[in-house]
Ligand binder design. Structure first.
Ligand SMILES: [Zn+2]
Length: 80
């Protein structure tokens, strides 16, 4: 018995094909990376366009979970 696991793009909903160059994104809190972050959420994207679109959305509106332990604003001089 075998199961075909269908993967769809988390941005546009496109179904994954065999020859597509899919991109992956890992999100943990406000951090995101194309390589694995432990205990992170995981997303599939059909291509760079969808990946970059999601990243730009994350930058514009970060996830609600914010546990920043940095004190002071010197690390992010451009945020204000
Ligand atoms: Zn897509």
């Amino acid at each position: 018995m075998s199961t075909i696991q269908q993967v769809i793009c988390d941005q546009c909903g496109k179904l994954k094909g065999e020859a597509n160059h899919w991109k992956y994104l890992y999100i943990a809190g406000g951090d995101f990376s194309s390589t694995c972050i432990p205990d992170s959420a995981y997303y599939d994207f059909c291509g760079e366009a969808c990946l970059l679109k999601r990243i730009s959305e994350l930058i514009a509106e970060p996830p609600a979970v914010r546990e920043c332990s940095l004190e002071g604003d010197e690390h992010f001089p451009n945020l204000h």
